[in-house]
Design a protein around this ligand. Sequence first.
Ligand SMILES: NC(=O)NCCC[C@H](N)C(=O)O
Length: 429
Amino acid sequence: MSKIVEVNVQSEIGKLNGVILHTPGEEVENMTPENAERALYSDILNLSIARKEYKQLSEVLGKITKTYQVKDLLTNILKDDAIKLEVLNRIEKIEPFIAEVTPKGSIKDQLLDEDAENLARLLIEGVEMKRDTLTKFLNKDWYDLRPLHNFFFTRDASMSMYNEVLIGRMANAVRDREAIIMQSIFDFTPGFNTKTLSLNTESDPLRKLTIEGGDVQIARDDILVIGNGMRTSTRAIDALMYNFINRNEDKVQHILVQELPHSPESFIHLDMVFTFLDKDKCMVYEPLIMSPGNYQTVHIKIQHGKLISIRREKTLLHALKKLGMDLEPVYCGGEDETWNMEREQWHSGANFFCVAPGKVLGYARNNYTVEAMNNAGFEIIRANDVISNKVDLSKYEKYMITIEGSELPRGGGGARCMTMPINRDAVEW
Ligand SMILES: NC(=O)NCCC[C@H](N)C(=O)O
């Protein structure tokens, strides 16, 4: 594992110095048609194809920055017995059945006996059900501990916010263990030199307070842009607002909130309809971001331990412009046909990951979006040409590296969803 870099992310676009990834493993295939929907997928993925596509993403990133794999980071902390017990205690809080004693012993005891590497694998890929009681014998499920099918979307369960890490409060219980694992990684890996921050959910048994990383974007060191929809609730954004109020800082903190539709499922997170591309460019799904209709943009301003104002803005781009970020939109699906916009948004066409200002990664399959990027001045470079050193990236001021994606988008996300940046250079605005 390469030397750990400290957590510090002050923008969406600063030059990337470290990113956390998770190569899709057996957990992706540990699924049946019956439970695919419960797993938050629209279909069962073919792992060997998904892995081939994912390899393009991880190898390109490996050429550009330091990459860390969740499984390695988790194995590393689990080598310490006290931490191993603490991680399992944390999991027991959300999945109490692991401590239940059955004729063959509890799952927790079984897990405590595993070495660090195997334990990390089991916590991600799932633990097959031991049918040692009648209840389990007749149970239709295959797993005692469910596989974390969505973990390759490392964006969502934790988010680097300035020099801290905000831990996701997932909208669906099937992703809860991801948040526990990420929190433990950041709590117990000294090199990250950070503090984890969890929103207070003690009085929230009905899971009304939820926040996921796909909705949280660090526009600038004083501006957060947050989506409010299926996955991130107003209550969670309020809790974050109180957190900034309680910091009582001289610095102004802006939170721009963009309401999102609750269907179709491709609108799950803000990053499916809006991402930053450069100091002066962003990717938008035009029908929502440029013409939001009833979906409001709200500007919350905090300073000196007080809420200074909370007001409606015309659109997200207007609000950003008023704060000095004048962004030219590039349209997902191109400018001509709503039909193409809808199709390409569905396949995560707006979901770009920035590795430096004007340098981004996105899916190759979205032809109209790729053309729009090219028209906006981005050189289009195939991932395999970067991996085989056929192109020298330092020659290009602006580029889009295209990743093949036929299986990966069926899991519900793109390049931004699959990356959790931990350190970026400051941007010279
Ligand atoms: N940031 C993102 O948009 N992440 C994609 C998550 C997809 C995953 N199947 C989910 O529904 O949570």
